[in-house]
Ligand binder design. Sequence first.
Ligand SMILES: NC(=O)c1ccc[n+]([C@@H]2O[C@H](COP(=O)([O-])OP(=O)(O)OC[C@H]3O[C@@H](n4cnc5c(N)ncnc54)[C@H](O)[C@@H]3O)[C@@H](O)[C@H]2O)c1
Length: 447
Amino acid sequence: MALKITVIGTGYLGATHAAAMAELGFEVLALDIVREKIEMLERGETPMYEPGLEELLRRHVAGFEGSSGRLRFTQDWAEVGAFGDVHFVCVNTPQKHGEYACDMSYVESAVASLAPHLTRPALVVGKSTVPVGSADRLARTIAALAPVGEEAELAWNPEFLREGFAVQDTLHPDRIVVGVRSERAETLLRQVYETPVAEGTPFVVTDFPTAELVKTSANSFLATKISFINAMAEVCEAADGDVAKLAEAIGYDDRIGKKFLRAGIGFGGGCLPKDIRAFMARAGELGADQALTFLREIDSVNMRQRGRMVELARQELGGGSFLGKRIAVLGATFKPDSDDVRDSPALNVAGQIHLQGGQVTVYDPKGMENARRLFPTLGYADSALDAVRGADAVLHLTEWREFRDLDPAALGEVATDRLILDGRNALDPELWRKAGWTYRAMGRPTA
Ligand SMILES: NC(=O)c1ccc[n+]([C@@H]2O[C@H](COP(=O)([O-])OP(=O)(O)OC[C@H]3O[C@@H](n4cnc5c(N)ncnc54)[C@H](O)[C@@H]3O)[C@@H](O)[C@H]2O)c1
């Protein structure tokens, strides 16, 4: 009989995973503790912007004309326990307030709520990003609380989806990693992922700690690559080099590769920053902190870029204060094709300039609502053109396609000064300079 799947936590990861599981043909029941999220999802609306996700939901959410009806939602833990053969835990694991460590309370609470309802054989599969050692502890919670006893088991299956590509990444992952303690757990997960594995996705079977570490080490590697090129941008600036050319040239070496080598204001979002900090904190607990001290430098290179962008703007505006200056900020989300503004470098830069007296007007294609909620005192405009109207400087801080497609001549008509600062090294300098703009970017020569 086909497996029945539940998904616990319907945020960026869980909502996508639930819809993808329905797309793969499974009956899915998803739970979240936030009622409004569940109500939205039941209406076929996503609580976040993710390309293709709403369409996927509507193909499967029960109640839509023509939908498969395979995806339902609930807030009832007993219903979840009674329904599922495989339960995916997809709740948030943020940074603890005031320290680097990961706040595991949401995962712990979800597992503690679920376990007493495991009255039939079930596999609980953790997908959240957690400190190494968590799965072992959670397995003991399940063993202590599940009425079905040993027939309830845990596995760890870290998630590598990228916001903006979440649907594609979930349906066609580049690898599937499962930390398991039994053949039964592996067999169940092979059944769940039968379709992508048949398409050629590698299926890597490990123990618990390795599965947990794969995720945090992958994020640490990516963070390192970004901070590496940003450090090179700092050196290029000091030496009058061009970091874009440097990145192109080193990227031809296929041991290095071209990806993630665009210098700019650095990484942010709900994952990379908190994951590398939690990794350092956990390594400290394990007595392996020396191995990860380099991540402290990666973090500090990254955070420094935001301040460097503010200073570049100040310098290009004459070196004095931002008082009375009008600044257009293009981009609010931490990356394009998402509405996620968690720890967004763009909003951080906008906020710093605002706090220093600049009149900041932000425009973002999808992140306006979230940005307004987080930074209500910034100015907001309904279009890039409106944001740029009257601006003394334009800061390009999130690399949306819409911004690459802007017409510099048309923007030049409405700006007070034609000064564009490209915080993502993603615009075409020639195009902007031809339209009379002064183009500046981090790690690039002035002309
Ligand atoms: N967003 C990504 O791109 C991404 C990628 C890979 C891994 N991850 C990891 O996945 C996890 C979830 O991330 P996210 O971005 O989806 O977070 P999110 O905040 O968007 O979603 C988490 C959801 O869990 C719900 N929740 C919290 N406690 C709960 C509980 N006890 N029971 C049921 N639901 C509960 C919240 O209401 C929320 O809807 C994190 O560990 C994150 O690091 C995220």
